[in-house]
Design a protein around this ligand. Structure first.
Ligand SMILES: [Zn+2]
Length: 332
């Protein structure tokens, strides 16, 4: 079975489209191969709620201005709150600019606030380069990659904490906050139970699969946590899924099924890659993510590989081998 994209929200990048009564999707451009991030504008009695903010650069700011106006939202007057689903720069990036422009509070999962402040408060490229080197990446490449990945990102001065299972009045009804670790440790999704709508952030995507990575700052076992939070969503009762990237879709349970089997296949592929001799995570990542990759993509490929190798160890199907300079994995 292949989950089909919706006929909703097929507008070009930079434009808005209605996806439900009072709910608009705006596709904001991003300067990397993902091409766009989808943010959502929800009209309510006391003003609009904006879900995610985009990557902060001039084309995205321009799309915010024209897109919000077209949806009927005056950014300077009508915004009640901004909800950021997780700390990645294509979601939180423009939070400071948008918070200042609208005067609205920026809300995020309570643990995500100190986490984001620490991560984006200093560049810390040196220790990230060291981490990459330990996974088998060549020294000069690790330094270049770390410089691309780690920089200072200005955040709103104040952010309002949200708690899991809390309900927020939004639009004509309310949404429940669900904590969905895996792609990011403190990611949240919003479930409109009355209208069967899921604002899915980067937890469930169609056409591409969410990056599940093990990073130096990750909680242990991200893939196990991801698979668990996917399982927990079975039978949730959402027939409109509004993701952070790629097409909107309707079959939530079908996509959960596909994502779970995708990771099972990837675990087998990674295990096969280490079956002849021990390999460093970076070597494995270059075998399973082929082709020309930017430094940015090499880091994501490595983190995704690490998450799968870590999961194989957790399942007793692989073993880590600690060397002085690097780590390697072999089958168990
Ligand atoms: Zn993300």
């Amino acid at each position: 079975m292949t989950v089909a994209p919706s006929e909703l929200a097929t507008q070009p990048i930079g434009e808005v489209a209605p996806v439900a009564e009072g709910v608009w999707q705006l596709k904001l451009p991003v300067p990397f191969p993902l091409r766009f991030v989808s943010v959502y504008l929800v009209r309510g009695d006391d003003g609009w709620t904006l879900v995610d903010t985009g990557y902060d650069y001039p084309p995205a700011r321009a799309a915010w201005e024209t897109g919000a106006a077209e949806a009927g939202c005056d950014l300077a007057l009508n915004v009640e709150r901004i909800v950021v689903t997780h700390f990645h720069p294509d979601h939180i990036g423009a939070a400071r600019w948008l918070g200042e422009k609208t005067g609205a509070p920026v809300c995020m999962m309570e643990r995500e606030i100190p986490f984001a402040r620490k991560l984006w408060g200093s560049s810390d490229a040196g220790s990230f380069a060291e981490y990459l080197g330990r996974q088998g990446m060549q020294r000069d490449l690790a330094e270049e990659a770390a410089a691309v990945m780690r920089y200072v990102l200005p955040l709103p001065e104040e952010m309002v904490p949200l708690r899991p299972t809390e309900k927020l009045a939004m639009g004509e009804g309310a949404v429940r906050i669900i904590h969905v670790p895996g792609h990011a440790d403190n990611q949240l999704v919003l479930h409109d139970e009355a209208r069967d709508i899921l604002f899915a952030a980067d937890h469930l995507l169609l056409g591409i699969t969410p990056n599940i990575g093990l990073w130096p700052e990750s909680q242990p076992h991200p893939l196990a946590r991801y698979l668990e939070s996917l399982e927990n969503m079975r039978g949730l009762g959402a027939d409109l899924v509004l993701p952070g990237h790629g097409p909107v879709f309707h079959d939530l349970d079908g996509r959960i099924e596909e994502l779970i089997s995708h990771h099972e296949e990837r675990l087998d592929v990674m295990r096969r890659a280490i079956s002849d001799r021990p390999k460093t995570p970076y070597e494995v990542s270059r075998l399973v993510f082929r082709g020309t990759l930017t430094e940015h993509q090499r880091c994501f490929a490595l983190a995704e590989t690490l998450a799968h190798l870590d999961h194989l160890v957790l399942e007793g199907r692989a073993q880590g081998v600690q060397k002085e300079e690097y780590v390697a994995y072999r089958t168990a």
